[in-house]
Write a new protein. Structure first.
Length: 256
């Protein structure tokens, strides 16, 4: 099991300009600003088809099977003695392995359908993220105080692959609370996002308006959007981004 990382004090979330959306979607985005809340999406709506592809390895020996037995006990399931359990596995090895793989598949499928995820970044100045999630720099980015927003207890950092294969998740790594770690692995091509994920079972995650410390306007953002943001976060600092003239950089300066 990987070592737990402490979330940073601030995380950032990019948004497009909702004024360009269809009327019903625009109203939902405006409601999210007015309440306010973050929308938590299901994995099936993500733009990466490789999400949740981490595989749980089939138990390989007695230590793995005994660890699995203990997990069942921790969940309140009646289990035979250790010797009886291992003897059962020895006699019915193929059936036990098939049942394990079926259950692992069901866990991933249930997680895809039931879990909700809200994505954040460690950085506010990613040109690629402004281009993608900020809709060609026409949107905005929120600087969020993690503790004030109540995010700290349910955040996991995304780990990025070192090669092309899916990461392996051993039976010995499994704890009752660790299935959510299957949401925290992505291909190395996504490394620029420096992503953290909030895992929950709710679609809307309310947060206090005071949790937004700063609002960054995209270099191509328009006044109607900027006006809505000033109304939604009256105590925040507002910062305008612009494209540098002689380098591949974004420049940021506070607005009045």
């Amino acid at each position: 099991m990987r070592k737990k990382r402490t979330p940073p004090k601030y995380l950032y979330k990019y948004f497009p300009d909702h004024n360009t959306f269809a009327a019903d979607v625009k109203l939902k985005c405006q409601a999210a600003l007015e309440r306010p809340y973050f929308y938590c999406s299901s994995v099936d709506l993500f733009n990466d088809p490789f999400e949740l592809q981490l595989k749980i390895e089939t138990p390989k020996g007695s230590h793995d099977w005994l660890h699995l037995r203990q997990l069942f006990i921790d969940e309140g399931k009646p289990m035979p003695s250790e010797d009886a359990w291992l003897e059962h596995i020895k006699i019915n090895r193929a059936e036990a392995e098939n049942r394990f793989e079926e259950q692992a598949f069901l866990i991933r499928r249930e997680a895809r359908s039931e879990a909700r995820i809200c994505c954040f970044s460690e950085v506010h100045d990613s040109i690629l993220m402004w281009s993608h999630y900020g809709a060609k720099h026409s949107g905005y980015c929120l600087k969020i105080d993690v503790e004030k927003a109540g995010l700290q207890d349910h955040l996991i950092p995304v780990l990025y692959s070192k090669g092309g294969d899916f990461p392996k998740f051993r039976v010995q790594d499994i704890k009752l609370e660790d299935f959510r770690l299957t949401f925290g692995h992505k291909h190395k091509g996504w490394r620029y996002e420096k992503e953290w994920r909030f895992i929950c079972n709710e679609t809307d995650m309310a947060y206090p308006v005071e949790a937004v410390e700063s609002v960054y306007y995209g270099s191509e953002s328009k006044e109607p959007l900027q006006g809505e943001l000033r109304a939604a976060f009256p105590e925040a600092t507002f910062i305008q981004s612009k494209v540098a003239q002689s380098s591949y950089n974004l420049l940021f300066s506070p607005t009045e």
